[in-house]
Design a protein around this ligand. Structure first.
Ligand code: ASP
Length: 458
């Protein structure tokens, strides 16, 4: 390689990673929008499809890390904690705040839906029969049209946490059973005492290696994000704004407020930390969440920024964040509140305060057992719509247009979901004395060198 090339590479790597990802995001969005609005929809979609495999390559790379990362770092995190009792207090606190922030999120969705009336004037008779049929098939294949009672819903979630075969859970990428097995295995190693020492060393070293690999994969993020954004924009453009303008505004506003007010309150008044380092530190993860629409796939990045930018130590990052990717979905829950009101307004269904409370409780419950993957909100929405008394046919009338334009809304929900996980993990880390405030406050904590040392305070 000539000197110029090497110099160029060095200059590129000297730019903070979050800035490079931002460049990818802005460029990808611009390319996609130009493609979408300078040619026919079919041509734009064909060009978008050239970008997609590159985006998928990045997506595969980060998804490749999810299972080994959760398993290895959580076992090593349990070992670092040294005492299973501490894990109980940490988990209890995390689950408590997760439930609280989720309930606030649904409430915010309900308030915004009341104020902005996103469903008023939405004419359900314009929904096409093809869209309705496609939605029916999607929902049926996801089992979302079965009616499940609250008790059954809770018991299904509880049972799904304990894997009968941990390897199968790993193969399926089911986060909660992997967390359960990793914690049990870590406790087993601790109880084995001296006999467990060799395997403990293996896990500690393997968890450092997988965190390094995560940093390496993140170097691909600017290009992956560019490709994903170019594909999304070429494919969908800003059509959601024309079709569901008020819904888009309500969701973006409510999510923005939730991240600023609810998460901000937690950090400022509960953890007593300045806010700027938090919002600066989480940017990389937010951009990956925005472009992938999947909190599960973003997990490696979330875990890496928590440790390297926010100063959350391994025992908390490795347990609270994977748990959050599944059980804490503030953006998703908030959207359930919005969908309830959108549907009530569009279908002319009367809702009262009691319905609001039931929607809040059900939305919090259903979002617990569901993995953070693209468009999962719309599968959960059948429960929410059931609460307000919509019939299955009415559900399809509401969900068909929402499915068609979901991507841009899903992106914002996913950002809110992972921001919530990161805020809660910071607060829990501070409470549990598993926090490095120097890292949190460091000005240049988002620098981009591949060979930076990962913080592993074991
Ligand atoms: N895509 C979101 C996530 O992965 C879930 C949703 O559909 O709201 O967090």
């Amino acid at each position: 390689m000539d000197i110029k090339g090497v110099g160029g590479m060095k200059a590129w790597f000297r730019i903070d990673l979050w800035k490079r990802v931002m460049i990818g995001l802005v460029l990808g969005t611009a390319i996609g929008l130009v493609v979408r609005y300078t040619m026919s929809e079919a041509e734009a979609s064909a060009i978008g499809n050239y970008f997609k495999p590159f985006g998928d390559l990045f997506l595969n790379l980060i998804r490749m890390l999810v299972v080994p990362l959760i398993f290895l770092t959580l076992v090593s995190g349990v070992l670092a904690m040294g005492d299973p009792k501490k894990l109980g207090s940490l988990g209890g606190r995390a689950i408590g705040i997760y439930m609280g922030t989720t309930a606030i999120a649904v409430t915010l969705g309900l308030i915004m839906g009341t104020l902005l009336q996103p469903g008023a004037g939405f004419d359900v008779s314009t929904v096409s029969a093809d869209d309705i049929e496609a939605t029916r098939q999607r929902l049926e294949s996801g089992g979302a049209l079965e009616t499940v009672g609250v008790f059954e819903q809770i018991m299904r979630t509880v049972l799904s946490i304990v894997p009968t075969n941990p390897v199968e859970a790993m193969a399926r990428g089911d986060v909660l059973p992997i967390i359960f097995f990793a914690i049990m295995f870590g406790i087993g190693i601790l109880l084995a005492g001296d006999a467990g020492k060799p395997v403990a060393d293996v896990f500690n070293s393997a968890s450092d290696a997988i965190l390094k690999l995560t940093l390496l994969v993140m170097e691909v993020a600017p290009f992956g994000v560019l490709a994903l954004m170019a594909w999304v924009m070429a494919q969908y453009g800003l059509s959601v704004v024309a079709a569901l303008g008020m819904m888009t505004l309500a969701l973006y506003l409510a999510c923005g407020l939730h991240m600023l007010l609810t998460h901000g309150f937690l950090l400022k008044f509960v953890a007593k930390l300045p806010l700027i380092p938090f919002y600066r530190g989480v940017t990389d993860a937010q951009m990956v969440a925005f472009s992938t629409s999947s909190s599960n796939a973003t997990l490696p990045v979330t875990m890496s920024v928590a440790q390297k930018n926010l100063g959350v130590k391994k025992p908390v990052a490795s347990s609270v964040l994977p748990l959050g990717a599944t059980i804490n979905m503030d953006g998703t829950a908030l959207y359930q509140g919005l969908i309830a009101l959108f549907a009530a307004q569009a279908l002319g269904i009367e809702v009262n305060f009691g319905t609001y409370v039931t929607v809040a409780v059900m939305a919090t419950l259903v979002s617990i057992g569901t993995a953070g993957i693209p468009s999962v909100s719309l599968f959960l929405a059948t429960t929410t719509l059931g609460v307000i008394g919509a019939t299955p046919d009415q559900m399809l009338l509401i969900l068909a247009p929402l499915f068609a334009f979901d991507r841009l809304l899903d992106m914002m929900r996913t950002v809110t979901n992972i921001t919530g996980d990161l805020a809660v993990s910071t607060v829990v880390a501070k409470w549990e004395d598993q926090f490095d405030e120097k890292i949190y406050r460091a000005k240049d904590n988002v620098t981009a060198e591949i060979d930076r040392t990962v913080t592993h305070d074991t």
